[in-house]
Design a binder for this molecule. Structure first.
Ligand code: RAM
Length: 522
């Protein structure tokens, strides 16, 4: 459990002009009415894996008379994000007691086999998508007020009475998104697995593209900068909704701490507000995200507006360096990189800094900002020299991190992405860490994305493709329709939160196979 910082006194500043631009870019959400495709029974097999043991056509639903303890599970065919309406009636004697039933929504089948009472993790159990409902008078049409993220909906009658039964006549979902994946051509390939990787990526991205780029529509349902950067890249290769990226960039720059620091995440309801979580890497990724946006759109007005905010992130990041010019990451949840437990983040953070500042330097050149071009060049030299001098272990031929000189995938991958060595050296380094397969591996699709990108940059495209099929393909083989927040093939039940019940199974940062395929495997 990371140490949580709560800063009730944090002072915030709002740039009204930026917020106005963000509001103007707010999307109208597209709506589609979706109906369940079939009735399924989900059970655990001997190895405790969920399996569908029975399927029935959906038109049988209105014939099922549910009494105390009965349950039906509806499969909507694909992952949905939307608002659910139930049409209910009673059969038998007049309704002499309330209908009392439970609704349980699952993004994947496994969630329906988990018992929420067993949940003992450190984030709110409020994220578990479960409702207990009383309906006094039937027939009734119940429009549920919350937005759900799900593929499966299980309805359990807790009680009716001895004299009447509940009938679910119809269930519909008004699915919402800022974009429509049916408008995007699938990635052209004959390979079935690659087709599925592309489709699941597109659906993941579509379902996370709401009023802002959400990290996950089940949880946390908000805008995180690290997630935004990867979503934006995937969006450029697919939906090309530039306004949504612009909106998010202006929101981050328009709602900051009073020293200009950009938050790790933002809430948009009940009103726009920056959270009090700040991550070293995420604030810096504002620079990289602005650079990527520029490369894609050449929208100079936005770049000019947001350049001071980007520069400010670099200035503020500089406060974290010691006299050797090495970054010192404070205790607590202050830098993300990956959810790998016990990961030392110093080397990765140093590399993320270089990665972002190098992109800042390109922006300075585009803007003709000579003064900052010179300043940024100096920053890069200083911090890059320090990385080579203090973090590169000549004997082991690896980057080491922190006082324990930890060796991890993350440190090597980020140093490769930071472009410190030449391609041949990077290739040697990457293959070295793969052979070593250190204990500090990678558990989030986010970190695995960076690993694949490093392989591609080292001209190891075949390995990159094989790895995508192994890693994201592993989720497909487990029945994924959208990609997950966390997937560790070596430990499928893993969760950063103490229990997988609250894991998100449609998580934006995992949508990048569609980007990697379309950008690098044309
Ligand atoms: C998780 C979020 C998000 C990620 C942060 C660091 O809580 O789901 O995806 O960016 O952690």
């Amino acid at each position: 459990m990371p140490e949580v910082s709560i800063d009730l006194d944090m002072k915030r500043i709002t740039n009204d002009a930026f917020v106005k631009i963000a509001r103007e870019c707010e999307p109208d959400l597209l709506e589609k009415t979706v109906r369940p495709e079939k009735i399924v029974t989900i059970e655990l097999d001997q190895d405790k894996n969920p399996v569908i043991t029975r399927e029935r056509p959906i038109n049988e639903l209105s014939e099922i008379e549910m009494k105390k303890g009965d349950r039906v599970c509806l499969d909507f065919g694909h992952h949905q994000v939307g608002y659910v309406t139930l049409r209910l009636k009673s059969v038998g004697s007049p309704q002499d007691a309330p209908a009392f039933f439970k609704l349980k929504f699952g993004e994947i089948a496994r969630e329906l086999t988990e018992n929420s009472e067993d949940y003992n993790g450190w984030i709110s159990r409020g994220w578990i998508q479960e409702e207990f409902m009383h309906v006094d008078v039937l027939p009734a049409t119940i429009v549920l007020p919350r937005r759900y993220a799900f593929r499966y909906l299980e309805i359990t009658t807790i009680d009716t009475s001895m004299k009447w039964q509940l009938v679910v006549e119809e269930v519909t979902c008004k699915s919402v998104s800022a974009v429509d994946m049916d408008k995007v051509e699938p990635y052209a390939t004959e390979d079935e697995m690659i087709k599925q990787l592309d489709a699941a990526s597109l659906r993941t991205l579509q379902n996370c593209m709401q009023s802002v780029f959400e990290d996950g529509p089940k949880r946390d349902r908000r805008l995180w900068l690290g997630d935004l950067r990867l979503q934006a890249l995937a969006n450029y290769e697919t939906f090309k909704n530039y306004d949504l990226v612009k909106r998010c960039l202006y929101l981050f720059a328009g709602l900051t701490r009073d020293d200009g620091k950009i938050g790790a995440c933002l809430f948009i309801e009940p009103e726009y507000i920056v959270d009090d979580t700040f991550l070293f890497d995420y604030s810096l990724f504002f620079v990289a995200s602005l650079y990527d946006y520029y490369i894609e759109t050449k929208d100079m007005d936005t770049v000019k507006d947001l350049w001071p905010s980007a520069l400010r992130q670099i200035e503020l990041a500089n406060e974290y360096f010691d006299e050797k010019m090495l970054v010192v990451i404070p205790e607590g949840f202050t830098c993300f990189i990956d959810w790998t437990e016990g990961l030392d983040k110093q080397a990765s953070a140093q590399a993320v800094y270089l990665y972002c500042v190098k992109r800042g330097l390109e922006l300075a050149k585009v803007l003709g900002d000579d003064e900052n071009e010179a300043w940024l060049t100096g920053q890069i030299t200083e911090k890059q020299d320090a990385a080579k001098k203090w973090l590169w272990d000549e004997k082991q031929e690896l980057f080491v991190s922190g006082s324990q000189k930890q060796i991890s995938y993350a440190s090597q991958v980020w140093m490769i992405l930071a472009d410190i060595f030449n391609k041949e050296e990077n290739k040697k380094l990457l293959n070295h860490i793969i052979d070593l397969d250190p204990e500090k591996g990678m558990v989030s699709p986010y970190m695995n994305h960076h690993f694949v990108e490093a392989l591609i940059l080292c001209d190891e495209k075949e390995k990159a493709m094989d790895y995508m099929k192994y890693y994201w393909g592993g989720m497909i083989r487990e029945g994924a329709d959208t990609f997950w927040e966390l997937y560790n093939p070596k430990n499928p039940g893993e969760s950063p939160y103490g229990s997988s019940i609250v894991n998100s199974y449609c998580h934006a940062w995992s949508c990048t196979p569609t980007y990697l395929l379309r950008k690098y495997f044309k």
